[in-house]
Design a protein around this ligand. Sequence first.
Ligand code: ADP
Ligand code: MG
Length: 292
Amino acid sequence: AIMPASLSAISNGARHGILFKGGAHLENLSNIKAIAFDKTGTLTKGKPVVTDILIRDDMNERDVLSAVASIENQSNHPLAQAIVGHATREFNVQLFQPDSLEDVSGWGVKALVDGSEWKIGKADFVDKRLAEQFMNGAYGRIASEGKTTVFVAKENEIVALIALKDVVRNETIEALKLLEKEGVQTIMLTGDNEKTARAIAEEAGVASFIAECLPETKVDELKKLKDQFGTVGMVGDGINDAPALATANVGIAMGEGTDVALETADVVLMKNDLTRIAEAIKLSKKMKRIVQ
Ligand code: ADP
Ligand code: MG
């Protein structure tokens, strides 16, 4: 049977683990000049492991970790899941229900436990100045190793720091090289701090990066990239990536991403294989030649 070029390209894509939600997206891919990538769960495996735990001297480690794990158990952030797993496995802590809880996307979580306010998340979220004091130099070392730091504050005092390390996906480096060959600029957008972002960007081989992004700053960065490059893509997996996926000319979701990311995206990488993006771009360029 004779199929229109776009339809045959879509079914060809599906066979290769990439799902297009329409022919227009395939065509847009052929014009793509730059692609922005989320860090956690996209360039990295999104399965961070706890590497360092620093507890304030006068605090009981198990008590702190019990509260932290109970609070993080209410969040579905990959960092939260890793912390809960570690605390229950290694410290055998009991989980309980916090009195109240607020999950602040891109920042961390806030909760009330026995009348005390707890905050868990990035330095700016708990208290940047106190967080830096608490670290007393260790922050630089931990961040330059590409680790993410999660601070714990109880009643506005820093009581603990938890460092986690995520690893880049096996195919990330190859995928970025293939994109470079297709003449596509690669940019990493992350909510993480500058130092951690730099270390992961270097590991992954991404051409440039923008750190300390909030979900809304990711959208602003996407708009700037559109002004600069014309047609741009965005690859992400999280709820907080959805606005940026919608802003890009081609939004690409990781197959194991959250429902919101999958619904918002134009294209889905069914097997989470980033090398498929460059292949899809090649396919779309080929299709364009056939049509013309
Ligand atoms: P990324 O862009 O790397 O996917 P996010 O935007 O999801 O990162 O989060 C940015 C930062 O906010 C994290 O690096 C972490 O420091 C902090 N954070 C967000 N949610 C949580 C949470 N539930 N527990 C601890 N830290 C959190
Ligand atoms: Mg992510």
